[in-house]
Design a protein around this ligand. Sequence first.
Ligand code: 3AM
Length: 183
Amino acid sequence: MRLFFALGLDEKANQAAREQLVRYNHHLYGEGRAVPDQNLHLTLAFLGEVPDTKLPALQAAASNLALPAFNLTTSSVEVWEQPKIACVTFNQPPSALFELANHLQTLPVWPAKADSHVFTPHITLRRGVKDDDALDLPTLPAQTFACQRFGLYASPSSTSDESIPRDNEGRALYQCLHQFSLC
Ligand code: 3AM
C-alpha cells in the first residue's frame, strides 16, 4: 500500500476553517486540477509502498509518540513551480509541527522516502499548475486550524484500480486507515 502520514484538519473544531478552504478552492479557476474536498490534508511524511505486514508495527510506533497538539494559521496561497501545485502556506508554523513530521519521517519501522526538499508545511489545493499567471489567486483570509490528531492514509497506487473509493466526479480518494491523538 502507498502510505503517508498527514494532518487531516478534519477535527470538529476545524469545520468552519475547512469549509472556508473548500469554498476558496471551488472558486479558483484557471490552470490545473483541483484536489477533491475530502483529500485536502497537510502531508507530514510520505512513506511510499509499504508491505501490509508492516502496518501493525507502524501504527504502534505512531501511537507511542505522545507529542503535543498545536494550532496552525494559514498565511497565503502560492504556486510552487516544482511540483507544479497551488498550495496554502502557514504563518510561523510551530516547532511542534516540525517535531511531529520529523518523528514520523524517521520511524525505524519504515522511514519516509528520502526527499531532497526541506519539509515545508503546505496544503495542496490544485495540481498541474505550471505558471502562477495562469491562475487567479484571490487573498485567502487567515484561518486557524486546531491540530489535535494526525492520520495514516493510503493513496491509490494506480488510479485505474476500480476498487478504490472515488468522489462523485470519479476522482480517487485517500483512505484514512488510522487516526492518532496528539496530547
Ligand atoms: O501534500 P502533497 O499534496 O504535497 O505529492 C504527494 C502528496 O503531497 C506526496 O504525498 C502526498 C500524498 O500523496 N507524494 C507522492 N509521491 C511522492 C514521492 N514519491 C510524494 N512525496 C514524496 N515522494
